[in-house]
Design a protein around this ligand. Sequence first.
Ligand SMILES: Nc1nc2c(ncn2[C@@H]2O[C@H](COP(=O)(O)OP(=O)(O)O)[C@@H](O)[C@H]2O)c(=O)[nH]1
Ligand SMILES: [Mg+2]
Length: 447
Amino acid sequence: MPRLVHGRGARRALACYLSAGGLRKKPRVPPLSDVQILIEDDHYGGRVAVAKAAGGGGAGLVDGGARAGGAAGAPEARPQTVTPPAAWRAPELTVVIPTLNERESVPVLAARLDEVLKGVAWEAIFVDDDSADATIDVIRGLSEASPHIRGIRRVHRRGLAGASLEGMLASSAQFVAVMDGDLQHDEQCLTDMLRILRAGKADVVVGSRYLDGPGDSGLSRTRHFGSRLATRLAKSILHSELSDPMSGFFMIRREAVEKVAPALSHQGFKILLDILASSPTPLRVSEVPYEFRERLHGESKLDAAVVVEYLGLIVAKLSRDLISIRFLMFGTVGASGIVVNLAVLALLLDRNIAFSAAQTAAMLTAMTSNYTLNNLLTYRDRRRRGWRFFTGLVMFAVLCSVGVVAGVGVSTFIYVGEPWWIAGLAGAAVGTLWNYITNTMITWRIH
Ligand SMILES: Nc1nc2c(ncn2[C@@H]2O[C@H](COP(=O)(O)OP(=O)(O)O)[C@@H](O)[C@H]2O)c(=O)[nH]1
Ligand SMILES: [Mg+2]
């Protein structure tokens, strides 16, 4: 099987060569003479350069455009080609299904897709965030039985938006759909969506709960109200008459996703809204109505933190991505720390505790509360659990202490020539930025 490696230049080619077992005496992988390595390389004008084995075991770079055939660059090389099985058709449609603890629903959904998509060259990619109920085992079982089913297992990562995006980027089909794995979305709509996209009438087709009046019987009253409010807000930033911009059920031309992918947030629930708001050129949107069904198995993963993430997404889009959702949440948590600090200080002073002792206790409480909230909200996709929670608290404390020193240093320097409040604000800004950047890179780094 060819190995696909993204990268640039000769160093990358060397890395590919080494990873293919180039310098090993007993290669774990097939010898280089049997391996063809494809490298996406900007130096070749966007074309694909092919590094492949020469007869004697050396690797060379061959211009993928003119010489990929091998004749001019490396006559002795034997590129391998992949021949599809006779009855096989490349998928035209990929249905991406993010899952978290959905083991009961997954087989039912797979069977329904199989029924609805008869005659279509389709595949389903389930993207599972290492569910505790081992949903991935069920998906693997289905893959063994059907060529339509694939599964991606993500570890140490959480988030519906990120999972959906990774699923879409794993597709090579012309069209990709995203739908929930809990059977709440109506799979019957998929054929209508596909028809509209095939006809070139739209770039995105959205499954809407509100096109035929209130069709969200699957939501509780509070969520119904919240969903309506969030929809209003979304419409105002999109300047669009889309009836359900909060929908998690849609089909889109993959090309449109590829363009906008680097600008999308991995946090949050609202990937469609993010795609529509971030697209460099306005996307043509069409809607099909569907009725949001009741959940039969498992439970909703939507919690209060999702609301905060959603507001963060709105502000990020309003600021044209100048302020990231994460930074906004970090700043808001930081501001809540001031309130905690003052409240505890007032409480302790009221009990006649000496000021320095009271302020020390108040600051420690505020710092612990900031850390806990950040762990719950700002970095929920990288949440530290168990003993890592406590080691994280120590890291957070150390990094934030350095932030205080940096902030005080900057404000003292500025104070000489500027009003006190400008010096104070500058110090706070430097401290916050320091805390945010270092904690993102160290305390909550992706591992
Ligand atoms: N991979 C992944 N899937 C998720 C995550 N959170 C929710 N899901 C899946 O996304 C879909 C919608 O989530 P759900 O909790 O039903 O949201 P609701 O329908 O708005 O209540 C379901 O298939 C969930 O299993 C996550 O963090 N990662
Ligand atoms: Mg659901």
